[in-house]
Design a protein around this ligand. Structure first.
Ligand code: GDP
Length: 477
């Protein structure tokens, strides 16, 4: 991994080693200051030459095909020779889920030479910069909202399902180009999962439009499809780099959120020697959870992520400008709750640290509950994922795509707190992740039953392994 040194303070390469297009490719009237102001702390794996080449090829095709999208869909008969094919991302679940599914759809686009278009949502239309030069990634406005809503479990276009006329809803799409709806949300069944069978991609290849809805990071499954494996090997020689590279490629904070990020960073995080990020996500109705707070503290101390507090408290000298002995660490806590921040702050105010290091705790917001779709709430979520991604080390909560998105962008393996469903403190309190990649919590073990597969379901693979926070999930390592 190439880590930009915070000591040398050279300007960060705005293309991140050739991953991003040259700044001059973007419309100068565009609203994306973050693109030219990549922070020093940004970490990224070195992109392979093949990935760089394919991204530039993708961008050229995107310009051509995005411009023709509405016409190709609604007047298909008139343009038989067109070689543009599309994959359309549609939304499901919260911010982290959306980031991991956007990357999943984009990998599919790269592998199949399709053009990625995305449903207009707060994040795709407002909070992220347009990722591709000279053309939008937004699904053209000619696509009615009702059409997107009609893509659900009962759609006659649902992939691998054959509805008869009186089963499921019918839509009025006979005038459109041929399309398939891939349903990989929490409602998916075994038939939907045949999307992960090689033979079905022969059929899908001929379908010009593929609409996808998912809440999972499905990239690990692509590595099992023989038609994609050699391509994936060339694009990502390091398999744990996929989300880091494509997340940093797709997601630049727009000018709507960049000032909040930079102001917060400058005020609270820039002037410390070290920066630890902590993301706390609990799913229980009764929150906060004292056990989780205790578990967090044990995770920190057992793994020496922060110094211990010792009993004999002397006051700290603030008469001069003496630097704290052994440096300083800024801790960024993100959570819907302020309880974990309060407890950690209390701990570091209760006495001096054993080595004299100063520890400062910050939390930018605590909105109480998830409010996906509320503009100001989503803005905070993105700002916080981005800020966490600038940390030197990270503790994230098990089961949470919010945390996985942050550590994936950060390009660092996090410490993962097992999710607490019960009233006990887990031992060990946290586990070091096996890779930088997000977990696929709904790994389609069904793919081992594909007609083309000749592998046993023994889960002994070298390139995917069970996730430490969810052993039925799998991640690239
Ligand atoms: P997951 O549900 O943990 O997998 O993560 P998602 O990001 O998909 O959904 C959780 C949503 O809850 C986020 O998108 C935010 O809207 C909100 N949320 C959860 N944790 C935080 C947090 O630490 N900070 C902020 N600002 N929002 C959060």
């Amino acid at each position: 991994i190439s880590r930009s040194s915070t000591e040398t303070r050279k300007p960060q390469d705005p293309t991140l080693g050739g991953l991003l297009p040259d700044l001059s490719e973007f419309d100068s009237g565009g609203s994306c200051k973050s693109r030219s102001q990549q922070p020093h702390r940004k970490n990224y794996f070195q992109p392979s030459n093949e990935l760089i080449r394919r991204l530039r090829r993708y961008e050229a095709r995107h310009v051509k095909c995005a411009a023709r999208a509405a016409r190709n869909f609604f007047q298909p008969g008139e343009f038989q020779d067109d070689d543009c094919r599309y994959v359309v991302w549609t939304q499901a679940s919260g911010f982290g889920n959306r980031m991991i599914t956007l990357v999943s759809s984009f990998v599919y686009a790269l592998l199949t030479d399709r053009t990625l278009l995305v449903e207009r949502t707060e994040e795709t239309a407002v909070l992220f910069c347009e990722p591709f030069p000279r053309a939008s990634w937004l699904l053209p406005s000619e696509f009615p909202v009702e059409f997107i809503y009609s893509l659900n479990e009962t759609s006659p276009h649902r992939f691998a399902h054959n509805f008869t006329d009186d089963q499921g809803g019918r839509d009025n799409s006979t005038e459109t180009a041929d399309f398939s709806y891939i349903n990989l949300t929490w409602t998916h069944d075994d038939e939907d999962n045949t999307f992960f069978c090689d033979e079905n991609h022969v059929q899908l290849e001929r379908v010009p439009w593929v609409f996808m809805r998912s809440d999972q990071y499905i990239v690990p499954s692509y590595f099992f499809l023989s038609r994609f494996t050699s391509d994936l090997g060339a694009l990502f020689p390091d398999k744990e780099a996929v989300f880091n590279l494509l997340g940093n490629y797709l997601f630049q904070p727009s000018d709507a959120v960049w000032p909040r990020i930079t102001r917060y960073y400058r005020s609270y995080l820039a002037n410390y020697d070290r920066f630890l990020g902590i993301q706390i996500r609990t799913y229980q109705a009764k929150s906060p959870l004292p056990n989780f707070s205790q578990q967090l503290q044990q995770c920190i101390l057992q793994n020496n992520l922060l110094p211990k507090v010792v009993a004999d408290g002397d006051s700290v000298d603030i008469s001069g400008l003496r630097e704290p002995k052994n440096g300083s660490t800024a801790v960024l806590v993100t959570s819907l709750d302020s309880y974990y921040y309060d407890n950690l702050t209390e701990y570091y105010l209760s006495g001096p640290t054993e080595n004299g290091e100063s520890v400062t705790i910050h939390q930018p917001s605590h909105d109480g509950a998830q409010q996906t779709g509320v503009a100001s709430h989503d803005l905070k979520a993105w700002a916080e994922i981005y800020l966490l991604s600038l940390s030197d080390s990270l503790i994230i909560s098990g089961w949470s795509t919010f945390g996985y998105a942050a550590n994936g962008l950060a390009g660092i393996r996090p410490w993962i707190l097992p999710n607490v469903n019960d009233d006990r403190v887990h031992d060990p309190p946290c586990v070091y992740a096996k890779s930088v990649e997000p977990c696929n919590f709904a790994f389609p073990f069904r793919l081992f039953k594909c007609p083309s597969k000749d592998v046993s379901d023994d889960r002994n693979f070298t390139f995917v392994q069970p996730c430490v926070d969810y052993t039925d999930g799998m991640k690239l390592v």
